[in-house]
Write a protein of this length. Sequence first.
Length: 125
Amino acid sequence: MISYENVQDKINLNLADFSNIIPAKHREVEQLLLDYITENLPLYKGSVAIGDVVGDQVFNITFPALPTNLYYVVGSIKSNSTNFDADNDVIWVWREATTTGFKIALREVSGVPQNITFYYEIKKI
């Protein structure tokens, strides 16, 4: 895996000898940057309108087939109603990763109606 430090080290090495940078050395840095960006892009990203959570609920999130089920979910809940005090009364976890989806389990903390959307990115481990 390419780290930010690997990229920075390569740039620093070339800058240390900037008067002798040849196109091939420049291309090495460019390729390393492209590889770093590619490795760190999400495998997939999307959103699902949840609406109101009643008690404990499980939702199936599906997407086009990925090359692996070894990933983690980065997520965020967006409040869609005028009453953010109701929309922030939700807890979530994800589980059961497959190449075409995962499940999100939500729990309502209070019995007031929510109107939320779950935004997510699938990141490879």
